[in-house]
Design a binder for this molecule. Structure first.
Ligand code: ARG
Length: 587
């Protein structure tokens, strides 16, 4: 059964069509003002403009056409021609029963599933992850959950940065530290020792050392560049080292992402597509897609109507190296061969806008993809209280692991202050603190439209009051607890009969789940679902204070209210899940 809003839209659509007017003008949406009828249709005004007639008169014709419909209890025309609609009680009852009995809590599956590739996370081997990677991970993960839930065929790929200058830096620095390792022999040919010569802490130590030295010293930079070029040309000892670096990093990253509750189908990296590069470059040269410019092979992508000048994408440098754009193009080929996505979403910082524009245009020019099949899902920055990009006290980049640890620590304090999760045992308390801490940072990130910059403020994020992740977890826990109480008292959910205003408002909130999901997917931004979860929790809280379950006058009312609570919990938990959050059973 469609949502009440969609049922009304279909009715009004018919009415518009019967007057030879576009069906879409019959779209019905929840009323913007409270205290009025719950739904409105604003189509009479544009329709009257088209038909060159009076909008109120036209609205009256629509109202006449739907008169007596069983779905509608009341209809009135307001202002210049707004049509305000009140659904019939039976519509609320039927819809509530449907949501209560549906595993998907009333959100429909898509009837046009697509194959969607999501490229997100994007950490770099050796370089620590920072808040930009957090945003990408939280947003990308929620998007993959949403798309899968609605029925698309989704593959997610972490797309590790494991192919650029940072690998040359690592090799150079390791060589300086341990020159006797066999990997540095010019004639090294394996076998590759199984034991990696470094662990993750070594990697985290070596990279900043090398990058600092390269900044201060041109010769050092040159050494790293040469090592990168030799690696890319296939020098066996360096390839062996690269494989070690990648394996060590992946092990550590998997732990971090598991802890964050973020999943990737593919753990591929830039280096995986290296074998595709020579043939791709050759093909581009043959077809005139790539052109020679100052010894480098480039793809011109500027268009006449561009407002700002876009430099060409550098495919191969004059030194023979492949760059970030090269691996991104080869990755498009790889994905096409293995999955053939209809749509690829790149969930990456807005700062990389030019890069993606170059890559997308180059891919289109080379005929690798249809126009519009590649999309940069960009996002804004996370700032400190000073309004500048979040930094550590010593001015460095904020590391993801530290950020998460501090959120969990703050959540733990909050729980203690509020006397929550107090009698559940130390282990369970720690588990709850982790859920609350993660929910705090994830919700704070997702509740803004993605291009908004926001201030990282753990005090606000971890509060149990206001529009926060912890508030929503607490709301879910409360519903769980009152349902346990009802079960203990022998009450069973039963037929829903919507009586009180608060019950009706709760059903209206429940009714909007599917459209919140559609909006989140259309905008590639889950903030619509955050808004939905928050309104649902608020509607429930009003419902519950006006309509207690155990104190209800009769058994039928108890059963009806309990069924509403159960439907709410299911939808709230699904919403949390789609946002990458999880509520404990108690706290
Ligand atoms: N590793 C990159 C970075 O840290 C992000 C990768 C994004 N994905 C892509 N296909 N380029 O900035």
């Amino acid at each position: 059964m469609p949502s009440i809003a969609d049922q009304l839209s279909a009715k009004l659509g018919d009415a518009f069509a019967s007057l030879q007017l576009p069906r879409e003008l019959g779209r019905v949406t929840p009323a913007t003002k409270s205290g009025t009828a719950p739904f409105q249709c604003n189509g009479a005004m544009p329709a009257a403009k088209q038909a060159k007639c009076n909008p109120r008169e036209l609205a009256q014709k629509i109202v006449d056409a739907i008169a007596g419909d069983a779905l509608i209890a009341a209809v009135e025309i307001a202002g210049p021609g707004f049509i305000n609609l009140t659904p019939a009680q039976s519509a609320y009852d039927a819809r509530a029963a449907e949501i209560a009995g549906d595993d998907r809590a009333g959100a429909p599956l898509t009837d046009a599933p697509r194959k969607v590739m999501i490229d997100f996370g994007g950490p770099n081997v050796a370089k620590p992850m920072h808040v930009g990677h957090l945003r990408s991970s939280v947003l990308g993960d929620s998007l993959q959950r949403l798309l899968r839930f609605r029925g698309d065929d989704v593959v997610s790929d972490i797309h590790l940065g494991d192919w650029g200058l940072q690998m040359g830096h690592l090799i150079t620095e390791l060589r300086e530290e341990q020159p006797d390792l066999p990997y540095f022999d010019a004639d090294y040919s394996g076998p590759y020792p199984d034991t990696p010569p470094v662990n993750i802490d070594d990697l985290a130590r070596l990279y900043p050392l090398a990058s600092k030295k390269a900044k201060d010293n041109a010769d050092r930079l040159e050494l790293s560049r040469t090592a990168t070029a030799e690696l890319q040309a296939g020098r066996p000892g360096y390839r062996a080292l690269l494989n070690h670096f990648i394996a060590v990093s992946i092990t550590a990253l998997k732990q971090d992402f598991d802890a964050l509750g973020v999943h990737f189908d593919l753990w591929k990296g830039e280096s995986d597509v290296d074998p595709l590069i020579p043939a791709m470059v050759e093909d581009f040269k043959q077809r005139g897609i790539a052109e020679l410019s100052d010894g480098a092979w480039v793809i011109h992508i500027a268009r006449e109507d561009d407002k700002k000048e876009l430099p060409p994408l550098i495919l191969v440098t004059s030194g023979g190296a492949s760059l970030y754009g090269t691996t991104d193009l080869a990755t498009i080929l790889d994905r096409k061969a293995n999955f053939a996505p209809d749509l690829t979403l790149y969930v990456v910082d807005s700062a990389q806008g030019n890069h993606f524009q170059q890559v997308f245009r180059a891919a289109e020019k080379a005929g690798l993809v249809k126009e519009g099949a590649l999309e940069h899902v960009n996002f804004g920055s996370v700032n400190g209280t000073d309004g500048k990009r979040l930094r550590t006290r010593d001015g460095g980049t904020f590391r993801l692991a530290d950020l998460i640890a501090s959120a969990i620590e703050r959540a733990d304090q909050r729980l203690k202050e509020a006397g929550l999760a107090a009698d559940v045992g130390a282990e369970e308390h720690a588990r709850v603190a982790r859920m609350v801490g993660l929910a705090a940072i994830k919700f704070a990130d997702l509740q803004n439209y993605r291009t908004t910059n926001y201030v990282f403020d753990l005090d606000r994020f971890t509060s149990f009051e206001g529009k926060t992740g912890p508030y929503l977890l607490y709301a879910a826990v409360r519903v769980k607890s009152l349902m346990r109480k009802a079960a203990d008292a022998g009450v069973k959910p039963g037929r829903i009969s919507v009586q009180a205003d608060e019950e009706r408002d709760l059903v209206l909130a429940l009714d909007a789940f599917g459209s919140a999901i559609d909006q989140a997917i259309d905008n590639r931004a889950p903030n619509a679902l955050c808004d939905h979860a928050f309104s649902l929790a608020q509607a429930f809280s009003k419902f519950y204070s006006a309509c207690p379950i155990l104190a209800a006058p009769d058994d039928a009312t108890k059963a009806s209210r309990l069924a509403l609570a159960e439907a709410t919990l299911k939808q709230l938990e699904l919403s949390l899940q789609l946002l990458g959050m999880e509520a404990p059973d108690r706290m």
